[in-house]
Write a protein that binds this ligand. Sequence first.
Ligand SMILES: Cc1ncc(C[n+]2csc(CCOP(=O)(O)OP(=O)(O)O)c2C)c(N)n1
Ligand SMILES: [Mg+2]
Length: 421
Amino acid sequence: MKKDMTRQQYLDLYYYMRLNRAVEDMMVKLFRQNKIVGGLYSSLGQEAVSVGTAYALEKKDWLAPMIRNIGALLVKGVRPRDVFMQHMAKYDSPTKGKDGTSHFGDLDDLHIVSPISMLGDLIPVMTGVAIAGRYLGQKIVTMTWIGDGGSSTGVFHEGLNFAAAQKAPFVLILENNLWAYSTPVRKQVPLENLADRAKAYGIDSYIVDGNDVVAVYSTAKEAVERARAGEGPILIEAKTFRRQGHAQHDAAEYVPKEMRAHWEARDPVELYEKFLAGEKLLDAKGKREIEEKINTLLTAEREFAENSPMPPPEFAETGVYCTGDDCHKIRAKWERPVAEVTPPRSSVKAVWTLPGFGSGKGSGGANAPIHFGDTPPAAEKSAGEAESANGTKPSAKAAAKSGAKKAAKAGAPSASGKARR
Ligand SMILES: Cc1ncc(C[n+]2csc(CCOP(=O)(O)OP(=O)(O)O)c2C)c(N)n1
Ligand SMILES: [Mg+2]
């Protein structure tokens, strides 16, 4: 477990894991009191993954959580009251009661993209955020999480391939908790290690013990720094276990008892407490102080959340459509000269063109070459139409080539006698 970290960093990891667990314990109580609107998902036993990975990010970096990543939100700076109010659909919640669970973001300050329920869709989105950051000259890294089940969606593969092709500064955490609803990972993926999925996209991956917070943090830190240095996206498989059912409604009786017992004996918080005590980083007094700090904080946060009103009924008909600046203000934060990344300097030349096949106007106003096949052959046009958009006439040679291509498409032999396929 031991790494080169400051005492404060070790204690931060402990504090956030305990906070993560305490926030969720409190929400289970709220759920049983019927104060939670909608479902409640648990990350019991997976706190080390959310906390250890998010702790590797800098303030300027971006993340997008999934349902079991409340710990990551807390590390990024979300107040527990916002998590409570969001689950309780209160008017003071980040979405003012219009959405539930962790479906909220903060684009201005904390750099959190709201989760998307369709599993996998955050991968291309966070790839886009990573590329946008690079374009603006920001040295940011983006991160999101995906489950073992979610790693079998089409968009996981499309998104990761896109990230790899773009060398996006993006870190994907694959939380392998062995279950997707009632489906064990063995029944849905013929792989021992889900990290192997990275091979298909030519990117690097790590496998880490998801119940060892120091290992998770140091692996994530290395991946984040490599991504920041321009090495492209990295996949981390964190091996862990979903200790509760899919959500509160699911008793998860399909999980073998021995399996549950095995993982309960590997509780990430208890393992870390033993480590901290062994390293003399935390004694009974220090532990009590952290517990008291969390209790005091959460009592106040819960009280605030409970006292917040439900949204007024008429609020339901507002905010349905974006109305521009009074709806949201998203402004690009350029950190490199704008002229460097906008036309004409950013104009991209076509990779491959055929001379004489006409040209059109590009979005920058300049003549843009049109690729082979974009323009109907000159023979089919009247003399006047044969002139292309920039006034040049296609050459006879080019027109002959174009005609040959058309014939080949229709399956007829070309002038050279060969049919192209
Ligand atoms: C594309 C898509 N298919 C199905 C679902 C329904 N669904 C929500 S969570 C879930 C199970 C996810 O399992 P996993 O990815 O392993 O994450 P875990 O719940 O274990 O954290 C499913 C099938 C969904 N949200 N999106
Ligand atoms: Mg799972």
